[in-house]
Design a protein around this ligand. Structure first.
Ligand code: AMP
Length: 462
């Protein structure tokens, strides 16, 4: 590295390692030079910190509960897939595949990519494992990270998380409606009050006719289109409808609408979906310009939005889905209908945080084990294992020696009882049990500590 290059680095991080004690050689290979700046997370990626975890646990639990209630089995597919899966499945001229994929050639010459979404992977697994031979429909769900090399901004990351539900092997519109109901219940179960926008893209033929009508409409407005939208007009005209250009709202208002181009069967299918939603009372909005960004959708499409004070959040989708009757065939399987949805957990987590900025602490315990002196500490270490093995919720702060500091931790962790073991108790074979509410104390036989505490907690003892 030239001295020119290294200077700004030194300036930026001056003082970082100045007061650090020398690190063992193992940790400094390559050597940590004075002036090196700490390594940061890669752009567009982020850490989900312990303070984020309660929200994530809430979302995972709710997704799992919905999967149980509606009979979806979990499937986990790899994060890396053959690149051609996404070209065929998601579509070559979609933004996702064209601009946003992390993909590379392996040393063995395979062209692979990080999954930008999971529907194509689940459909691949359905075909590969012969799930066509199982009773249909096959209902699968998954949760995990997706990767898109998009420009990072609020609510948009390069690694983000989705919970997805797919129902493969059934063409009936009740499936589309029930998927909307499942996603609605999932979001409602988390305390959100979202709105769903729905539309139908029809069959490939009506979609093509509509596309042509759209192209001829926008050709007439070509001079008013941005450079990006001019490209869309040629490559993927449906995507013009979710262009974020300021004048697009106005241009769209006069544009042809898909409903007027729907084939009879798709129209009837869509009407049935809406009737089912009415039956259950799902508050939906018809959006004739909702197209979704992926090629594989046919007929029903939908997208969820938050009702939020945060404008950024209110405008960005929490998730979406739709029917994809051609996908399985595109991937080399027998023609098989399917439908599904994906919810964006990062954006839902932001909404949950907005609603409940201080999630309940998850480190509460029933019993806290305090110790005094080296003998007490040793005894408490063993006792902790006994309690833990017996399935009791127990806390400790073995590295602390002051009883006052340990009591403070016991209080913070809302312990109902604190057990104190000092030198005298070790020699007597006893333990002091302090009721944290009343402050009263009693002495128990240390050998029977687990049994005694189970009794106090009203748990079944043998
Ligand atoms: P999509 O199928 O592309 O509409 O994605 C479904 C949901 O995933 C979206 O509604 C978002 O909530 C979420 N999502 C998509 N891309 C990103 C991203 N780059 N960062 C965070 N969340 C995302």
């Amino acid at each position: 590295m030239s001295s020119k290059q290294s200077q700004p680095m030194q300036k930026r991080s001056s003082g970082f390692s100045a007061h650090k004690p020398a690190l063992p050689e193992l940790l400094t290979n390559p050597p940590l030079r004075k002036g090196m700046h700490p390594i940061q997370v890669v752009r567009g990626m982020r850490d989900l910190l312990p303070s984020d975890q309660p929200y994530w646990k809430q979302m995972e639990d709710m997704a799992e509960r919905m999967a149980m209630d509606y009979g979806y089995a979990r499937i986990d597919t790899p994060l890396i897939e053959d690149y051609s899966l996404f070209i065929r499945g998601v579509g070559k001229v979609t933004d996702i595949v064209e601009k946003e994929m992390f993909h590379w050639e392996t040393p063995g010459g395979e062209h692979v990519g990080l999954r930008p979404e999971s529907t194509a992977s689940v459909a691949r697994a359905y075909v590969q494992h012969g799930m066509l031979n199982l009773p249909q429909p096959v209902k699968l769900w998954n949760i995990g990270p997706m990767f898109r090399y998009d420009r990072p901004q609020a609510g948009r990351f390069r690694q983000f998380y989705q919970a997805s539900f797919e129902c493969i092997g059934e063409a009936d519109p009740i499936v589309d409606a029930q998927l909307i109901i499942v996603s609605w219940n999932l979001l409602k179960g988390l305390g959100l009050d979202p709105t769903v926008k729905v539309n139908s893209l029809g069959n490939p033929e009506s979609r093509l006719n509509y596309k042509n009508a759209l192209v001829s409409y926008f050709r007439g407005k070509r001079s008013q289109l941005s450079e990006e939208d001019k490209k869309r007009l040629v490559k993927n005209p449906l995507r013009l409808l979710d262009s974020k250009e300021p004048n697009m709202q106005e241009l769209k208002a006069e544009a042809p609408q898909m409903v007027d181009w729907l084939d009879e069967e798709s129209k009837a299918h869509f009407m049935r979906v809406l009737e089912y939603l009415d039956e259950v009372g799902v508050p939906y909005q018809l959006d004739p310009y909702l197209v979704r960004g992926l090629d594989y959708y046919t007929k029903t499409v939908f997208e969820w939005f938050a009702n939020s004070n945060d404008q950024e959040l209110a405008q960005s989708a929490l998730g979406g889905g739709g029917r994809y009757d051609l996908l399985i065939e595109l991937l080399g399987g027998r023609p098989t209908p399917g439908a599904g949805f994906s919810l964006g957990l990062d954006r839902i987590a932001s909404r949950l945080k907005e609603l409940n900025p201080t999630p309940p602490a998850k480190d509460e315990v029933d019993i806290f084990l305090a110790q005094l002196g080296e003998m007490g500490r040793k005894k408490a270490l063993g006792l902790f294992e006994e309690f833990r093995t017996a399935g009791l919720l127990v806390g400790e702060a073995f590295a602390k020696s002051s009883l006052k500091a340990q009591m403070e931790i016991a209080n913070r962790r809302k312990a109902k009882w604190t057990i104190v073991i000092g030198q005298k108790e070790v020699l007597d074979g006893t333990a002091i049990v302090r009721d944290m509410d009343s402050g009263t104390q009693e002495i128990i036989d240390a050998k029977k500590a687990v049994h005694e505490m189970k009794k106090k907690l009203g748990l079944h003892t043998q």
